[in-house]
Design a protein around this ligand. Structure first.
Ligand code: NAD
Length: 490
């Protein structure tokens, strides 16, 4: 199938942190792909900055290396065209040098869309916004992209949003959560709202529970210092997992308009039942990995990687969350994320209720309830587990089969990386897949009390062996309710 691409309006994109890991692995490859597909207008420029004193040629070589490493089947002519769009300027954002050069380049084209992508540590967000403001670089067509983490609690997130808000208006601020740009997450919205089949069943009467798992097999490695100030709850639950929960649980928005979707997501966040100390005791498990085996080799524990033995930071968390509204009353949302788990997988499992009565005899076998599985990574896809008759003779024996609903193979299209869609949305000015400030506040309002309960308790997270599915208490958390974690995959 031919790829349908609508060219975006002309733009200048400025990437702060253009020599970082995110630029290397994600931003440059994503922009190359959009260019390859013909989505970037001829005049579009990408101005890359960082503290490093690269010459133009050195940066070109670095960028070419990034594409070589992260893009399959490079087309030499397309690489050449893409590299010609890149301009490198050294700016130490905490100092003055470089800003005037940036201004000169941008002011040559004051009327095109201008986007600033802050791919730097969050400590620099305020300084950069301040620099952009002081150098009068904000036009009516300017937008800014902010990466996670947005704060380490509600208070610091508010302070950060205030700082950014001094320079940019809310409609110019794109808070990125790359999970929302994933093809399957978009497909979740299509399944729910472009089919009459699911929505009538999408409620407590027909859905038994929902599971959201974001499991990583890697440990914290060289990021231990940063990770120790965050932990799994801040790093994964406050943003990615709660955003996914919102898309599963929200009411049908009036349209795909950014505020309609974000209004509905906000209602879900506000309806999350607050976690009290009593509930935290029963409904939350926090863990920390110890040495074990992962990906076929022995791996050290978290404290060894950190080089300290007194850290209470969780590398795993499992939560039974409840949404207190009409649609979801009594339907648990089991959330789980961790590092050094048995495998790397992110998926949403919507478990329907069992049939009310079986007409089949014992020879038919077990009748499993339907399950919709939305896999975000690896191998993005959507599958529905249904019961069918085992084909052929042998009586009425039933079997569960996965019905593939992702169709990526059938349409023979490359699954675009989330950053490709999200960067183009920034240029188009479409905020549907970006978090609004009040969503961030509401997510922290639910997470903050959990952090406070942990801080007050000062207890040690439960140890789990690397390469397993986390502490046994996490299995008990769901099994107490007569359910199990879905680990059979799709
Ligand atoms: P990184 O440490 O690899 O890169 C940081 C960049 O900032 C480098 O280009 C560096 O030169 C630049 N920088 C540092 N100090 C500077 C200064 N004083 N002036 C100008 N430039 C300076 O970080 P990263 O992994 O690329 O992450 C960037 C941001 O994206 C962070 O907020 C991170 O949380 C977020 N993020 C990263 C990923 C990822 O996969 N790497 C994923 C999600 C979010």
């Amino acid at each position: 199938m031919a790829v349908r691409v609508i060219e975006v309006d002309d733009f200048d994109l400025v990437v702060f942190g253009g020599t970082g890991d995110l630029a290397h692995r994600k931003l440059l490859p994503a922009l190359y792909h959009r260019d390859l597909d013909g989505q970037l207008p001829a005049g579009a420029r990408i101005i890359v900055t960082s503290r490093r004193e690269f010459t133009h040629d050195e940066y070109q070589a670095w960028a070419e290396g990034a594409l070589g490493e992260h893009v399959k089947d490079l087309e030499p002519a397309a690489v050449k065209r893409f590299l010609a769009r890149l301009t490198y300027i050294a700016i130490d954002v905490a100092a003055e040098a470089g800003w005037a050069d940036l201004g000169k380049i941008l002011n040559a084209r004051p009327n095109v869309i201008r986007a600033f992508y802050l791919a730097v540590a969050p400590d620099f967000f305020g300084t950069i916004c301040d620099g952009i403001g002081r150098h009068n670089l904000v036009t009516s067509k300017t937008r800014v992209v902010i990466e996670k983490p947005i704060g380490k609690d509600g208070k610091s997130a508010q302070a950060l949003n205030e700082t950014i808000g001094k320079v940019f208006k809310e409609h110019q601020i794109f808070r990125i959560d790359h999970y929302l740009g994933k093809e399957t997450v978009q497909n979740l919205m299509a399944l729910r709202f472009a089919n009459a089949l699911f929505e009538p069943l999408w409620n407590a009467a027909h859905i038994d529970h929902v599971q959201i798992t974001v499991a990583e097999s890697l440990g914290v490695g060289g990021r231990a210092g940063y990770y120790d100030t965050a932990g799994a709850l801040r790093d994964m639950v406050q943003n990615h997992i709660l955003q996914l929960l919102c898309l599963v649980a929200m009411e049908p928005p009036e349209s795909m308009n950014a505020d309609s979707v974000r209004d509905e997501k906000l209602k879900v966040l506000k309806a999350l039942a607050p976690i009290t100390p009593e509930l935290a005791e029963k409904h939350i498990v926090r863990g920390q990995y110890k040495a074990g085996a992962s990906d076929g080799g022995a791996v050290p524990g978290y404290l060894d990687e950190l080089g300290r033995d007194d850290s209470l930071t969780e590398t795993f968390v499992a939560i039974k969350a409840q949404i207190a509204n009409w649609r979801w009353a009594g339907v648990p949302f089991y959330l789980r994320t961790g590092k050094r788990l048995a495998t790397r997988v992110s998926e949403i499992v919507v478990q329907f209720r069992p049939i009310p009565h079986s007409i089949f005899g014992p020879e038919a076998g077990v009748i499993s309830a339907n399950r919709l599985i939305i896999r975000l990574q690896p191998d993005e896809g959507v599958k529905m587990q249904v019961m069918i008759k085992d084909p052929g003779p042998g009586g009425m024996r039933l079997r569960q089969v996965p019905l593939d609903m992702s169709f990526a193979d059938a349409f023979k299209v490359r699954n675009p990386d989330a950053y490709e869609r999200l960067i183009m949305d920034v240029i188009r000015g479409n905020q549907t897949l970006f978090m609004r400030r009040d969503e961030v506040d509401a997510a922290w309002a639910w997470v903050d009390p959990i952090l406070e309960i942990w801080a007050a308790a000062k207890d040690q997270p439960k140890a789990y062996t690397s390469g397993t599915w986390g502490p046994s208490a996490s299995i008990a958390l769901i099994e107490r309710d007569g359910r199990t974690w879905a680990e059979d995959g799709i």
